[in-house]
Write a protein that binds this ligand. Sequence first.
Ligand code: ADP
Length: 843
Amino acid sequence: MKSSLLARQLQSLFGGEKDEGFRLALAQARNGNSAPLLAQLEPLIEQVDSAYAAYVNLNQWTTVLSGDALMDWNLLTGAIDVKRGWKEMLGYDKTELGDSVVQWQQLLHPEDARRFQEALAVHVERRDRWFELECRLRGKDGGWRWCLMRGAVAARDAAGQPVRLLLLQRDIASFKRTQAELIEARDLAESASQARGTFLANMSHEIRTPMNGIIGMTELALDTDLDAEQRHYLRTVKSSAESLLGIVNDVLDFSKIEAGKMDIEAVAFPVEEVIFEAVRVLAVDAHSKGLELVVDVAPGVPERLVGDPTRLRQLLLNLVGNAIKFTERGEVCVRVEIETGAAGDVLLHVTVRDTGMGIPLSKQQAIFAAFTQADASTTRRFGGTGLGLAICTKLVQLMQGQIWLESEEGKGSCFHFTARMGYVDDAGEQPDAEESFTGRRALVVEKNAGAALCLQTMLERQGIKTAVLAEPAQAVTAIDMNRTLDQAFDYLLVDVDMPAPGGMALIESWRQAGQHERVLALLTTDNQRREIGRLRELGVQVHLMKPVGRGDISAALMLLEQQGRERQSDFGPAQPEASRSLRILLVDDNPVNQEVARRLLQKQGHRIKIANHGGEAVDMFEQGSFDVILLDMQMPVMGGVEAAEAIRARELRRSWVVSREFQPIYIIAMSANAQGSDREQCLAAGMNDYVVKPLILDELHAALAKVPAAGDGNWVSASSVGGVLADGCLDLPGALANLGDVDLLVTMASMFLEDWQNYIDKLARALHARDAANSRLHAHTLKGLLAMFNAEVARAHALMIEGAMTGESQDWDEVGHEFSALQSEMARIRPQLMRFVEKRSVD
Ligand code: ADP
């Protein structure tokens, strides 16, 4: 019995597969056919017994040598069958305490008892080879002793339940002490490094202020009368101060990160714009060295991402700045793509590749450390602190990304970095290919293959079939051939800076041949000044500055289209100024106002497109071409001031691509508030003129007459048109005189009457909820509508309510009285308005 139990135990210990004879005997015994074989089995069992004794012995010796204590738990009886040294390890004598599992467990720290049970349960369940955990046991002196417990089930019953457990117990008190000391030392070191970082951050900040003073004052001094020697000294002061400031800024950033004070923002930002902004800052350096600078944004990159645009810009400035610094000829190419699109976020992957001196393999790790440069002579030649890449490394870590490098000495470098960013819902939407460009054909004549490929991809995304040639001479032949076949290209994109005969010669031949195609010149910041005049003379009005972005291409194509239309209209008879038909973008959120303005304007022969708020207006401005924008001030989503600012910002980008004199769009504000401050706000936002709502025909007319014809160039700012309103509760003749169209007034009145109660209810609800913002909005709407019919008394009440909503706190009782007065006044004018509608409709 004992032997067969041992046999089972050994089977589970050794896996039971090792000895062929042992396995055979077991199989026969299991089959109940044991009698004849018992004799054969006996010696084997004896062998097993002695092997087990040797095993236990060996184990004991092992534990003696390793300093471990050994226990053999009998899980059926709860006794500890074999025990060696576990009590002594805790300071007891071997005769003290009992030898039961319960006894051992009583010494276990309560917090560790649960972990022990869990570890054992997992081990039993998973049948791992062993389990281990650190736990505390109460020593005889009353203190806790850290022990490492390692255990394994040594036998299971037929149902698979464990019946024996072997446990090794090791004293790890000294290890734990060392560990605690190390943690303490690490914490101390960390806090010391943080303190150092904080000190550096504060110091750098303090140094920056006087540095700015030195630079600013030197600049002022340089503007005064100086002799050559003084000028030379001051220039040296200035450039030294600037490079010192650069170093201080790097140290400040670095120590801020070290001190854990660098926060990473999470805001939605336009990715491509931010990247181009950063790269363009460095374009001058690249172009002055004759380097090609290419930015290639992969098609899958969303318009907007959520992250820290400032840090992204900083990374680009560092890496692209280095690439330009360490490259003498060739190109620097920035590639932007999206790597993984897990739900909710994406990994932005930016690559900065150059054709410069490269970095030896032995230095490729080291340069990412602070104050390290690949080559000691670098500092002498190029300056720098060796902090740039260390800062980049920290920044990408903060943005949960990585930075790495591929480079071969003499063959250029390629730096990569990734950053995890949030994904904006609408971000995936790419602007659709402009229908007007689909089916068009373009030829790109560009010496740099990377830049040419980028342009080709962008044009093809606009639906334009694009061919690429690198040689001007080949291009001339291709252009000629296409003309002969009566299939002239629609667009020629010509790199001005090409080997002889050069891009300009190509453009000259285009000019002589009769300008069949529309030409887009590709310029650099270096040749722009020299070439732009000549381009104008040759009739090229739109250019693209390298590096070229998606937005630049769209803006340039749009301008070319506009130019084409202008050219076509040149053939028609000149229209007299008074009856000039304008393309007007009308921006107003109120359908009644939209209808009034539309009819008034159409009657004058103008063409109208309507946007319902500022956001739509900005989009429509980007898509279409208009002579004037009539912009309401108070609108939901995006108000007039914001919209005007956004439009002016976009124009700045357009001005980047236009060779001729750039003409910003004429914007007329429409506002129900005639106060001067409103006007000033409009003008400050870049608007040209201002009319008061409700619109009065003559005044609108007068404002539109001031819109300059294309090419006028001398737009004047702002003449205010005061609104004059007749007194009385409802002055329909006055309203008619303002609108100039009785049918229109009837329509307006019907529309107003239809929604009459709705307007009142909305205001009532907002007032009831004490919601100042909405009360103000609804009162404002009502005020505008009432003013259209010269319902002066009611308008005044609405105006009072609107005005009362502007302050910090509201007198709701007072507002309640105003609202009652407004309601009764409106009730009074309603029948009059209805009669007017009925009478006129009968007529
Ligand atoms: P700094 O440019 O101020 O010296 P960085 O940390 O930005 O400091 O760069 C460290 C070093 O790495 C540089 O001094 C240079 O030796 C090497 N290095 C960085 N970028 C490039 C590159 N694009 N090509 C060649 N060497 C580079």
